[in-house]
Design a protein around this ligand. Structure first.
Ligand SMILES: C[S@@+](CC[C@H](N)C(=O)[O-])C[C@H]1O[C@@H](n2cnc3c(N)ncnc32)[C@H](O)[C@@H]1O
Length: 269
């Protein structure tokens, strides 16, 4: 009698089915695809006066930039940065500073540009602690900005301010950190990431995890929360320590650069 069990056992085991290759979609990767999928809004560019309104606390006499932004501008120039992500663009005042710093630079601007900032600008213009941010604008200009924001919304007005840089600014209307994951999945490799959003440690961690080669920098070094703690400074200091990065800071601005490697002492020391 044939022992079916043994016959089965002697059969060569079938070759494993080939693992299907992961679908590769180059259609989604790179800057051209990002531009295609994040278009500029249809807008009457050219009919509304653009304006320059960075939230940097206003420029001091003798300083070319407000908020210590020289630090960021110098880093863009010295490191020849050609691709930068800005997290939190607001009305693209800061973005204009980066774009003007180098004509080789493309900025990916991440911001939901949600709600409406008209009332915020109205309040800013009369708040004694904040009004110097708009000292360079006349009352008529401020009134026009407020009216245009009410009428056209944040997104269109922000992009109108950088309209001369249409080929070097890509708006990504999302929130960090999801937006960073989105860029990473699309194989975008920024050399620098400027963070000026919710003052969360998470933004630093995720930016560094996904884009370890990128120089991280940002705003809010001297920004106190409601308890008086300089929250972003605290995050940046701890993050820099944990990741062996060197901090440079100037007024509100900060930059993290690779730290000096700790030298192993020679044997016998
Ligand atoms: C202080 S403003 C940015 C100012 C701007 N960089 C400048 O200097 O003019 C903060 C911005 O962060 C945006 N924002 C808040 N949470 C965000 C998030 N999770 N991801 C991206 N942007 C965010 C807000 O919509 C707002 O425009």
């Amino acid at each position: 009698m044939t022992n079916n069990k043994n016959v089965e056992a002697e059969k060569p085991s079938p070759a494993p089915a080939p693992v299907p290759a992961a679908p590769v979609s180059r259609i989604l990767n790179g800057l051209n695809a990002l531009r295609r999928d994040n278009p500029w809004p249809e807008f009457i560019y050219g009919e509304i006066e653009p304006f320059f309104l960075p939230l940097d606390g206003g420029r001091r006499a003798g300083c070319e930039w407000g908020g210590g932004r020289e630090l960021i501008i110098d880093t863009i120039r010295e490191r020849k940065v050609e691709l930068m992500v800005e997290v939190g663009c607001f009305l693209c005042g800061s973005t204009l500073q980066w774009l003007r710093a180098s004509n080789k630079l493309t900025v990916i601007g991440v911001d939901p540009w949600d709600s409406n900032w008209a009332a915020y600008i109205e309040r800013l213009a009369v708040d004694p602690l904040q009004m110097r941010t708009v000292f360079h604008l006349t009352d008529e200009q401020i009134a026009a900005i407020v009216a245009n924001l009410r009428r056209h919304g944040n997104f269109a007005i922000a992009l109108n301010n950088v309209r001369l840089f249409k080929n070097r600014f890509i708006p990504v209307r999302q929130r960090s950190p999801d937006a960073l994951e989105y860029l990473h999945a699309r194989e975008i490799n920024p050399q620098m990431i400027y963070i000026d959003a919710g003052k969360h440690r998470e933004d630093l961690d995720i930016a560094h995890k996904l884009f370890s080669q990128a120089v991280l920098c940002g705003d809010d070094w001297l920004w106190p929360d409601e308890t008086g703690v300089m929250r972003m400074q605290e995050h940046v200091k701890l993050f820099a320590k944990e990741n062996n990065l060197e901090i440079r800071n100037q007024r509100q601005s900060w930059v993290l650069l690779p730290g000096k490697k700790s030298e192993t002492p020679p044997a016998g020391d």
